[in-house]
Design a protein around this ligand. Sequence first.
Ligand SMILES: [Zn+2]
Length: 431
Amino acid sequence: MIYIADYVVTQNATRDCIYNGAVAVEGNRIADVGFADEVISRRCDDKRLNLGQAVIMPGLINGHTHVAMSALRGYSDDKTLMDWLQKDIFPAEARLTFEIIKISSLFSCTELIRTGCTSFYDMYMMADAVAEAADESGLRAVLGESVSMYFPGLAGKDEETLFERVREYSAKWKDKSRINGAVCPHSVYTTDARLLERCRELADETGFLFSMHMSETKGETQNCLKENGARPLDYCRSLGILSSDTTLYHMVDVNDDDLGIVKECGCAIVHNPASNMKLASGVAPISRMLDFEIPVAIGTDGPASNNSQNMVREMYLASLLQKVDKLDPLQAPAHSILDMATAGGSAALHNKNIGSLEKGKLADFIALDLTSPNMQPVHSIISNIVYSATGLENRLTVVDGQILYKDGEFLTLDYAGLSKQIHAIRDWVYK
Ligand SMILES: [Zn+2]
């Protein structure tokens, strides 16, 4: 199939944007990218889908979320992080079930697909339930099992049961090309040193990736200094748990020494602007992270702290937050933000085959409609994507060569049915 549109934003090494471009797909890979007339002449027998006044671009990569939390969207807002977590979210989550986690995750997948996301990195309890949802939706995902020291937990009555569950599903996921796993200690403040070391061992044993919330607030740093005599990153480095398979979420309260540790250990960072603003955690110094040549991705965080899963909205916020924080409009320019949501996401998910439209890469892409009033005229297609789009311009989501959404229709998920189910779960939350 050849997909044709007025613009193709490749995000390749030279960041080529092609006017009257086309992307050809064979199986789950991109077979050709270029000017439409040239691609068609090289592949004259292929079927064609001409999207007209639209931009084809790599699918956005959501570097950090908790998709099952769509069940709790709007349940608790306008609280401090600790009050929000400990008084409202943790008690509600303690009553979740495998089925509720799966349905809530499926519902979130509709939002991700609708707003142009093709891959996400999730952290939650019962990652096997989230994985079933991701698998059914057709999205690409890294599913991380959230581990904390509070037992009994949803995914296991004690640590051994939980770890055994991860071992069991890791063996089952080996053949699933779109699904990868991760071991995710929740944070330094919900674990202890021994549990963090055991999580690292479990990741190494299963071949899973490793990620955690890190340095989200000043309070987290102060507590870690008091209890462990070191800042969170220094503490984690001393335990030997950080490596090139590691992704760190938030990274708001960090200094140059912390970033030096991240660079030395080869970790990637995910910036979560909406969550950091809404919970008033602070502003992550993403320009400084890029100075250190650390890969930086963008994530929405969960739908209970954002409260959306819309990566287009997140790109807009990421840019504007840096500008106002530094009182400098040159900060976080549009193209560097789009890089974070594509190439940065590829680094955060530790998958080199996504994030750009190039021959041989996985066929994960979207197409934004350019006919709506907010998307015209086009002086800079990148500016329109980052500063003007809302996410709802997306009219095509393709993952692994498969169309998941096209012009209002979900092709892998029953949106009407899932809407009914999420309303029923909303009522269950209050029972
Ligand atoms: Zn989070």
